[in-house]
Design a protein around this ligand. Structure first.
Ligand code: GDP
Ligand code: IMO
Ligand code: MG
Length: 432
């Protein structure tokens, strides 16, 4: 089993980055397949914190990082992040990072569109305002610019002109300042010589790596419930976040994906707007936010907090192709008297085992909870299953039963090694 896909199983920020970092020790390559610098993946290694947005989390271990064609690449943000990593002692060079030539570019105009669209919405989505959604809109609108276009100045000028013709009509219609071609073009041409050395055929590199028996971790951004098809549309991101996105977003064959690991906290958070049936708006939500330090990596926004929605998780497992779970942040629940887990909903007098499709019905659905006993003995920093309090283990086993897939990994703190491995997702025998 040479390849593992890591997918967010809730609304993002489950701890994917730290799980990818842990898996990367056992792999050769880490590849991003979706999203852009709307993501924020945190790694803590020996007390040092690394916050990644566009770069695959494997760069911290010096593994080859790939940014696939499914990623929306803001060239300025990429260079800035490489600079930040270098300041932390992590070298990122064209030998350690390859960016798909066909990845779509995020341009300054996309940030402006993101902000203007949010302003026009009766109910804003609460996007990260990074321009990711509008860049994907241009991609499917077949007017997007790609990384390889940076190497073709004439083509770049033509494509940019077309792009501006499209968007400036809208800006003018709203009474907003249109974008001028020349400064945008010059800006891109100035970035080109710094970006192009990283550009390459990622699909081809992956194919060769597979032939050489090398292992890849595919690092998802965002999560199932933010997926453009499977999330709580329209309060979603604009990419395919689920395991299938690893194939479309890098060029790897779906048949080469060995195991799909879904990452979920043992409670739930959401940043931005949209339905969240198990949200705890009062003191309990605040306690979770404070104990779990639930503030956005990139935007600093407080995350909404609540109980684990295992009904949604069960649904997400099916549609995202998740084989097993990594359960994170169990230490945050240390000292709770009781822990509720949503197992289904009541909607208009009927019991449902999955979320209804319509947003209005989702808002009316009342969670049905199963209560688990809490524990007093701290789990923080525990690194083997037999040292978990019996109640914490019962919670893990209960989640397995409700969701219907095994838990491979449990984490007990932000540090790299605060990790309990029940089963190595690469297929190695039982390790802990
Ligand atoms: P990602 O977007 O899925 O990679 O997750 P983020 O990095 O946005 O958010 C996860 C946050 O939880 C980060 O601040 C991590 O350092 C932290 N974290 C991850 N695992 C654990 C854990 O087991 N316990 C605690 N207390 N914090 C954790
Ligand atoms: P990681 O990879 C949590 C949310 C935004 C907003 C919606 C759309 O760190 O888990 P966008 O800017 O993508 O158009 O915003 O999606 N969102 C995330 N929430 N974690 C993320 O990434 C997110 N990326 C986007 O808050 O609700
Ligand atoms: Mg995050």
């Amino acid at each position: 089993m040479s390849n593992v896909v890591v997918v967010g199983a809730q609304w993002g920020d489950e701890g994917k980055g730290r799980i990818v970092d842990w898996l990367a020790e056992r792999a050769d390559i880490v590849a991003r397949y979706n999203g852009g610098h709307n993501a924020g993946h945190t790694l803590v290694v020996d007390g040092k914190t690394y916050k990644l947005a566009l770069l695959p989390s494997g760069v911290v271990r010096g593994k080859l990082g790939l940014i696939g064609n499914g990623v929306a690449v803001d060239p300025e943000a990429l260079l800035a992040e490489i600079g930040r990593m270098q300041a932390l002692g992590v070298e990122v060079t064209p030998q350690t990072l390859r960016v798909a030539e066909t990845a779509t570019l995020v341009l300054p105009i996309h940030r402006a569109i993101d902000a203007a669209q949010e302003g026009l919405r009766a109910k804003p989505i609460g996007t990260t305002l990074r321009g990711i959604g509008p860049a994907y809109e241009d991609k499917v609108g077949r007017r997007g610019l790609r990384v390889c276009d940076l190497g073709e100045p004439e083509l770049l000028a033509d494509k940019l002109e077309q792009l501006l013709r499209h968007h400036n009509a809208w800006f003018r219609g709203l009474g907003l300042e249109p974008f001028a071609l020349e400064p945008m073009l010059q800006g891109l041409l100035a970035l080109a010589p710094r970006i192009l050395p990283f550009a390459g055929p990622v699909w081809h590199l992956l194919d060769r790596a597979h032939a050489d028996g090398r292992r890849t971790v595919f690092e998802g951004s965002q999560a199932v419930m933010l997926d453009v098809d499977w999330g709580s549309y329209p309060f979603v991101t604009s990419s395919t976040t689920i395991a299938a996105g690893a194939a479309t977003g890098t060029g790897v064959s779906p048949a080469r994906i060995g195991r799909v690991l879904g990452v979920s906290k043992v409670y739930a958070t959401r940043v931005g707007e949209g339905p969240f049936p198990t949200e705890q708006a009062g003191g309990l939500g605040e306690l979770l936010r404070e104990r779990g330090r639930e503030f956005g990596v990139n935007t600093g926004r407080p995350r909404r907090c609540g109980w684990l929605d295992a009904a949604l998780l069960r649904q997400g497992v099916k549609v995202a192709g998740i084989d097993a779970l990594a359960l994170t942040k169990i230490d945050v629940l240390d000292g709770f008297e009781a822990i509720d887990v949503c197992v289904g909903y009541e909607l208009d007098g009927q019991r449902l085992d999955h979320a209804p499709a319509s947003l209005a019905a989702q808002r009316r659905a009342v969670p049905v909870y199963r209560r688990f006993a809490g524990w007093e003995q701290p789990t923080q920093g525990v690194r083997s299953l037999d040292r978990l309090p019996a109640q914490a283990l019962a919670l893990v086993r209960g989640i397995e039963e409700i969701v219907g897939v095994p838990v491979d990994i449990v984490t007990t703190g932000p540090e790299r090694d605060d990790t309990i491995v029940i089963r190595d997702p690469f297929g190695h025998p039982f390790a802990g």
